[in-house]
Each structure stands twice: as structure tokens, then as C-alpha cells.
Design a protein around this ligand. Structure first.
Ligand code: XMP
Ligand code: MG
Length: 177
């Protein structure tokens, strides 16, 4: 029995996940033809998604990492967002695509978009693997969306529960949460 099986069930399997990530990569490739793209990988949750997605984007691109902290450890948002690691270069004049694992209440992305807008990019778009619309507290335009999910706490493929389960190659759901 694998280490996670007692606590985590499969919600979106690896095959379905990879097929959708590939489609998003192809869509981004078409939309950004002739442009130099900057992917902003929001740490830590979107790391696996962003790295897979980047492999499906057939364009010259730059990858930046932005660390944010909006959670204290459990499954409830605190509403407080902090940048813990900033990008390494000025973002002015760049075509930015923010890569997130999940948009839940939308508070994290709302903060990020305001923060990045103030750096005067050439364009600013959002790509999120998952969306939980039932929990939205602010409307976020998601330009590239992987899957819409119900209000369940998901883990795997970058998403964690108290830092665990990020390494699962699928989106799982915590049993009994
Ligand atoms: P908000 O509420 O600001 O949340 O849109 C965004 C961040 O909250 C985390 N989050 C989750 N993490 N399973 C997780 O492992 C979930 O179901 C979940 N819902 C929200 C996540 O870090 C996301 O970037
Ligand atoms: Mg996150």
C-alpha cells in the first residue's frame, strides 16, 4: 500500500491531469505567438504544474518564482498574504502569466495581481490549474483554467496538507476533510 492511500483518494488522475496541462500549454503557445513570455510560478503550490506546463509551451520563455504565504498550516485561509520570495528581475514591459495551483477565495491572486500591476508589465494574465468557485470572495478573471472543482480540500501535484503530499502525481482529496 502506497504511503498516502489511507488518507488520500484520487480526484483527478495523472492521465487526465497531464492531458489538460498539455492542452493549456498548446493554447498558451497559440496566444503568445511572436511574444517573449514570462511565467511566474507561485511557490510552492504551482511548482509541479508550472514546470510541466512550461514543457508544453513551444515558445521562448523566462521562468520566475514568486513565494507567497497565505496559509498558517491547516485548511483555512487567514486572508493575510505576504511575499516571502520575490522575482529576480524587474517585470516592467514583460508579458506576465501568473501560474497558480488553485484559486479558492481569490484573495491570494487578487493581492498578486495588484502587486504585479504596479510593476507596469506589458500584459498580465492568470493561469490556474484549479478553481473552487463556490468559495470565491472576489472575482478573478482566469485566462487559462485547468479544472473547476467542488469545495473539497485537494492535495497532490504541488498542493499540500501541512506540507505533505505535494509529490503525488495526481490531484487527490483528503479522506474525511
Ligand atoms: P485563496 O483562498 O487565496 O487561496 O484563493 C489560494 C491558496 O490557498 C491554498 N489552497 C489550497 N491548498 N488544497 C491545498 O492544498 C486546497 O484545497 C486549497 N485551497 C486553497 C493554495 O495554496 C492556494 O494557492
Ligand atoms: Mg498556493
Amino acid at each position: 500500500m502506497a504511503f498516502y492511500e489511507q488518507d488520500v483518494g484520487v480526484h483527478i488522475d495523472e492521465k487526465k491531469l497531464q492531458a489538460r496541462v498539455r492542452e493549456l500549454g498548446e493554447q498558451i503557445t497559440r496566444d503568445y505567438q511572436g511574444k517573449e513570455l514570462t511565467l511566474i510560478c507561485v511557490l510552492k503550490g504551482s511548482a509541479f504544474f508550472a514546470m510541466d506546463l512550461a514543457r508544453y509551451v513551444d515558445l521562448p520563455l523566462t521562468i520566475e518564482f514568486l513565494g507567497v504565504s497565505s496559509y498558517q498550516g491547516g485548511t483555512e485561509t487567514t486572508g493575510e498574504v505576504r511575499i516571502t520570495t520575490d522575482v529576480s528581475k524587474p517585470m516592467a514591459g514583460k508579458h506576465l502569466l501568473v501560474i497558480e495551483d488553485i484559486i479558492d477565495t481569490g484573495l491570494t491572486m487578487s493581492f498578486l495581481l495588484e502587486n504585479l500591476k504596479a510593476r507596469h508589465p506589458a500584459s498580465l494574465k492568470v493561469c490556474s490549474l484549479l478553481e473552487k468557485p463556490s468559495r470565491a470572495r472576489t472575482q478573478i478573471p482566469i485566462d487559462y483554467k485547468g479544472f473547476v472543482i467542488d469545495d473539497v480540500f485537494v492535495v497532490g501535484y504541488g498542493l499540500d496538507y501541512a506540507e505533505r503530499y505535494r509529490n503525488l502525481p495526481f490531484i487527490g482529496v483528503m479522506k474525511g476533510k
